[in-house]
Design a binder for this molecule. Sequence first.
Ligand SMILES: C[S@@+](CC[C@H](N)C(=O)[O-])C[C@H]1O[C@@H](n2cnc3c(N)ncnc32)[C@H](O)[C@@H]1O
Length: 205
Amino acid sequence: MARRATWSQYRESIGDRSELFAAIADLVQVDHALYPGSYVDLSPSTAFASVTYVDTDDRAARFFADRDLVEQELAGRTRQGAGRQVEFLPADYTAPLDLEVASTDLLISLYAGPVSDHTRSYLRPGGWLLANTSHGDASLAALDPAWELVALVHHRDRRYRVTTDGLDQHLVPRRPELADPRRIRATGRGIAYTREAFAYLFQLR
Ligand SMILES: C[S@@+](CC[C@H](N)C(=O)[O-])C[C@H]1O[C@@H](n2cnc3c(N)ncnc32)[C@H](O)[C@@H]1O
């Protein structure tokens, strides 16, 4: 039988993003975060009190259904007050989710498709979107006047650093003619920039 998917095992391939979310928690006030396409990446719960994870993958559903295992995986890794509520929705985020509109402070979109297109309504006004360019979400946000870039996330030597410096030097397309939302949605890929960051933090205006 295949090994069960766990966050500790997943960390061996993607690394630990706890430092990234801790830096975001230091920068902005997040009580609740929504993580569509999370798989078993439990790292946001080390920094935020309440996180709702969403995924269609059965392995993620099995992991989050095991409350003792989730608790065990978080033990000794949470900031004060973090990890209190860990919810999982076994759902397709492109369909309506069982969540209140404007109920979340932070939308997390990492390697999981156009998350912000489908789940922005759950974000409160003035809330934040953490997105990378891999599946195009940060590239879409960069072209949408509803979002303002407020911070950059750099990842080097397995360490994360969040900064508000040099924002105007980022998200400058190498080939401006490719900066077209329809094209980005059709390809499911972000575009290349003159400078790259691991991810970008946007605020909903
Ligand atoms: C490449 S993994 C990335 C996991 C995690 N976000 C990370 O950065 O390590 C993409 C995940 O998104 C999930 N996913 C993709 N499209 C989805 C959808 N429409 N609804 C729910 N989950 C989805 C997949 O099942 C998979 O677990």
